[in-house]
Design a protein around this ligand. Sequence first.
Ligand code: G3P
Ligand code: MG
Length: 233
Amino acid sequence: MRQFDVIGHRGATGLEPENTLRSFDKALKLGVNGVEFDVQNIHGELLVFHDESLERTTNGEGKLLNHSVEHLRKLDAGKGEQIPTLAEVVELIGDQAFINIELKGLDTASLVMDLVKLLDKKRFKKEQFIISSYLFSELYLVHELDPEIQIGVIADDQPLIALDFADEVDAYSFHPSYSILDEQLVDDAHNAGMKVYVHTVNDLEKIDQARLMKVDGVFTDYPDRVLAYLQRQ
Ligand code: G3P
Ligand code: MG
């Protein structure tokens, strides 16, 4: 049967506090194929965090950029978890799953690529990483810094523009939101040599639809649900 990858969105967000080591650990224990998370450059440090502001997921207030990294690292990101650094997350995942680093905000590309370059080659394979973003400018830079690194282009609208761009940077994968998914788009991405990973799908009927369209995998907040469903097939 066709390979179908289950990618833990921000870890296992439906089960544990998003983008925390606890959430990544949960996703790995469930047996995901890949783990996705968001990375921001905060005063030169790469922190794993989705929003620009702290309120939704921590006990802090205001924009991350208005605080020192030291302060941010003291906050509670849920169940006593700390906001992790990119290095901590990559270290935890190791070779257990593929690692999808989503670049959020500008000035992330070169720092992320520096870190990937420095990783132990025996433990980490370059093909294990997908560097993705909505931000074309960051992905151009990633491609320039290392034409071999696997790039993922995310799109929530204007899929054809995103697909053209993906072709330009020789993207490995295309990451449309479920709302813009259709068979033609999947075929076009496949014909351009890309995998199609759809975000963010938690509902099993949508998983069925995505599989009918021959997508290669989904980002999900509930890897437990999706993995159990796939086992029943
Ligand atoms: O990478 C897929 C998905 O994570 C993109 O949207 O807002 O959840 O980072 P968002
Ligand atoms: Mg993301």
